[in-house]
Design a protein around this ligand. Structure first.
Ligand SMILES: Cc1cc2nc3c(=O)[nH]c(=O)nc-3n(C[C@H](O)[C@H](O)[C@H](O)COP(=O)(O)OP(=O)(O)OC[C@H]3O[C@@H](n4cnc5c(N)ncnc54)[C@H](O)[C@@H]3O)c2cc1C
Ligand code: SF4
Length: 324
């Protein structure tokens, strides 16, 4: 059952920001993650502030330089179905198309997708673990088959969003407003690793709202994709996933941005893959080197060693697919 809280549905951004000023209110996008967290007592709040009545926070528009502007309240389903997104920002369309189920994609928003809480079953259950302010991580010596192989430090979650690695690969930037200022935060710098703060998922303050996400224009020769492997094909979070954004000049890759999902507590920048492919043609030797590089330095837990082979296979398959 949901706990008691007051519910506000302001009609302007300034009114919403004023409601967030006391630091305890929570933002409601589509509510698909927020309401589950409140129901399961992952956290509590006195006030839920819906952004649903604020004009201008929804929609996909082209920017004058050929990029994209995604309103924070744009449903994931609209992004998945948008022709311009599919044509020029394929990794984002791919990622949006595999988020959850059709119902959740209709209700869930792009900003909510970036800011959702982790799915660790101890964290979502009745365990007062480190991320909830307790003293230990129950996953480290427990059931950790869905947890991270990179970046674990006191907490071993994997970041749950599919669109975050895709947007990070495309170099997208969040526009953020607070009662006192506005700022821009690259999606690649939005999430906080546990080595910095194991109780925080994003760099956003409680009184900050993402208002839009801006994707820069695609470079000439950009090819991009996102694919995740999941336990159930109908809907599920990534066991492993890879967002590729590769710029080709003829057959040669001139630059690469690659982020993994299902790998780490944040969308994990795969610099090893980037280095293996940049300046090269995607022949089998390069693909093999990139697949090996995808797991270099990985530190699997007791039950998730299978992710090593899964990442290598996934990366090799996706590079072959993007080569065409
Ligand atoms: C059964 C199930 C399966 C799922 N499967 C997947 C999956 O496969 N892949 C995936 O990526 N996700 C998945 N999700 C997670 C999630 O519900 C969706 O990703 C959805 O996009 C979240 O968006 P929302 O608008 O409903 O977020 P909300 O629930 O409204 O918000 C989520 C969080 O973001 C914050 N927030 C919302 N909007 C803003 C904003 N504008 N500025 C700052 N903070 C904000 C909220 O305060 C809250 O903490 C799944 C969820 C469920 C319940
Ligand atoms: S992995 Fe993180 S969220 Fe899960 S039990 Fe450990 S500390 Fe808690």
């Amino acid at each position: 059952m949901l706990p008691k809280f007051s519910y506000a549905r302001p009609e302007t951004l300034n009114a919403a920001l004023a409601l967030l000023e006391d630091g305890n209110a929570r933002i409601h996008g589509g509510g698909t993650d927020l309401l589950g967290c409140l129901r399961d007592r992952v956290f509590t709040t006195d006030t839920v502030v819906s952004l649903g009545a604020i004009a201008g926070l929804r929609g996909i528009t082209a920017t004058s330089d050929g990029g994209l502007r995604l309103g924070a309240m744009t449903p994931i389903a609209e992004i998945a179905a948008d022709e311009a997104v599919a044509g020029h920002f394929t990794t984002l369309a791919d990622a949006a198309g595999v988020v959850a189920s059709p119902q959740l994609r209709n209700q869930g928003t792009i900003a909510g997708n970036l800011c959702q809480k982790p799915r660790c079953w101890y964290y979502r259950g009745d365990f007062h673990c480190l991320r909830k302010g307790g003293e230990i991580c129950y996953a480290y010596d427990g059931e950790n088959q869905y947890h991270c192989i990179f970046g674990g430090d006191m907490c071993y979650i994997v970041h749950p969003s599919d669109t975050a690695p895709a947007l990070a690969a495309l170099g997208a930037v969040c526009r953020v407003s607070s009662p006192s200022a506005s700022r821009s935060v690259p999606v690649a710098a939005l999430h906080v690793p546990p080595s910095v703060d194991p109780q925080r998922e994003t760099v956003l303050e409680p009184d900050e709202i993402i208002t839009e996400i801006v994707v820069p224009p695609p470079a000439a020769g950009l090819r991009s994709s996102y694919r995740k492997v999941r336990a159930r094909a109908s809907w599920d979070f990534a066991l492993t996933g890879v967002a590729l954004a590769l710029v080709f000049d003829g057959d040669t890759i001139t630059s690469a941005r690659v982020f993994l999902s299902g790998a780490a507590p944040i969308p994990w920048r795969a610099t090893g893959i980037e280095e293996a492919v940049t300046g090269s043609k995607l022949d089998m030797a390069t693909i093999k080197a990139a697949a090996e590089a995808s797991v270099a330095g990985a530190e699997p837990l007791s039950m998730n060693g299978y992710k090593i082979a899964l990442f290598k296979g996934l990366v090799a398959e996706q590079l072959e697919a993007i080569r065409g």
